[in-house]
Design a protein around this ligand. Structure first.
Ligand code: SF4
Length: 348
């Protein structure tokens, strides 16, 4: 690997870290030591890595850098959802949301500052695109929340915050490598869920390269309506998307999740439900229904609970597994960005 200076050690996979320490003239086990400090003890400076000799620590501090993300704002909702706002070094800002669900925690993290997908039901889509996040900024959200909350256990991790993860594939893949590496955060792929608006080349690569869960935001079951709601459909229309999903490699008991945002009078009728059931027929999947969560200045309305339940019962009659996902943290605006478009799939 060609290491570009200044080298940020939080950007390196275990393989790269090993390569680097060997280039420094050190033994490969140094890579394990550094990874342990970074990902087991959440160290964000070299001084605290006390099992490493002082001389080597000094050399690291002189030549390398680390990422330390610190939230500028934390807001907690009545039902326990917490939203973390992270300012980035170049002035951009991203958010992560920690969602309690019974005895489990799910952390929803961002992969881009802004988003260029322009989904009409999404506030992030309206605010434009700033840039891709780097692997350390993706993983750094988890490290910061763990440090702040002081917990060692594993949350479910969903890539459903700001941005389209598959538009930032290389950095996402590297972040996943660090998360799943034995010397990284040692995550099982089953605890990781990547959510997409339907970027076909990215779905193919993700299926080939990782074993993580996949959520696909659908929003409509015909191309005209979907293109109006989600412009990405022009490039990757529903037929092509469904064909791709049919061949997505799934482990035993693993299923693709479809997220369908119900918008009053737009895509929530009985015929929409039947069309949607026909569309996803033959795909090993489950469905999350999310009632659209209005944001200031939006043109759409949320459907009534009755309409959401009617949509659900039509799908269930078509032998589909369907959950209604509640929008969490409305009182703290946790549902802005992609959170209101997709919904947390807790891998039930
Ligand atoms: S719903 Fe997701 S993909 Fe669509 S604009 Fe919002 S953040 Fe981007």
């Amino acid at each position: 690997m060609n290491f570009k200076k200044p080298i940020n050690l939080h950007k390196l996979t275990y393989t790269e870290m090993t390569e680097l320490v060997v280039l420094m003239g050190e033994k490969p086990f140094r890579a394990r030591q550094i990874m342990t400090w970074l990902y087991r003890y959440y160290a964000h400076d070299f001084e605290s890595m006390t099992s490493i000799s002082k001389t080597f620590r000094k050399r690291l501090a002189d030549e390398y850098i680390l990422t330390c993300m610190v939230p500028s704002e934390i807001v907690k909702s009545e039902e326990g959802t917490e939203k973390f706002l992270f300012p980035l070094s170049d002035g951009a800002a991203i958010e992560s949301v920690l969602i309690p669900d019974g005895d489990r925690l799910t952390l929803c993290i961002s992969t881009q500052a802004g988003c260029r997908m322009g989904c009409r039901f999404c506030m992030t889509g309206k605010s434009g695109f700033k840039r891709n996040l780097t692997p350390d900024e993706i993983v750094g959200q988890l490290l910061a929340v763990k440090r702040f909350k002081g917990f060692k256990g594993k949350t479910n991790l969903v890539f459903m915050g700001m941005g389209e993860p598959l538009e930032n594939y290389d950095n996402l893949k590297k972040a996943l490598d660090i998360l799943m590496d034995h010397y990284g955060l040692c995550y099982s792929p089953r605890k990781l869920t990547v959510s997409t608006a339907g970027i076909i080349p990215g779905i193919k690569r993700l299926g080939r390269d990782t074993g993580v869960n996949l959520t696909v935001s659908v929003g409509a079951s015909d191309d005209d309506l979907r293109t109006r709601l989600m412009p990405v459909n022009k490039k990757y229309p529903l037929g092509m998307l469904m064909d791709t999903l049919k061949s997505y490699p799934l482990a035993p008991r693993q299923r693709i999740t479809f997220a369908y945002t119900l918008i009053h009078g737009i895509n929530d009728s009985q015929s929409h439900a039947l069309k949607f059931a026909r569309l996803i027929k033959g795909i090993n999947s489950k469905v999350n229904l999310i009632a659209f969560n209005p944001y200031p200045g939006c043109e759409f309305q949320s459907p009534s609970r009755e309409r959401v339940e009617r949509f659900q019962s039509i799908l269930i009659k078509q032998n589909l597994t369907v959950m209604i996902r509640e929008s969490r943290g409305r009182d703290i605006d946790a549902a802005c960005g992609q959170l209101h478009a997709h919904m947390v799939d807790n891998n039930k």
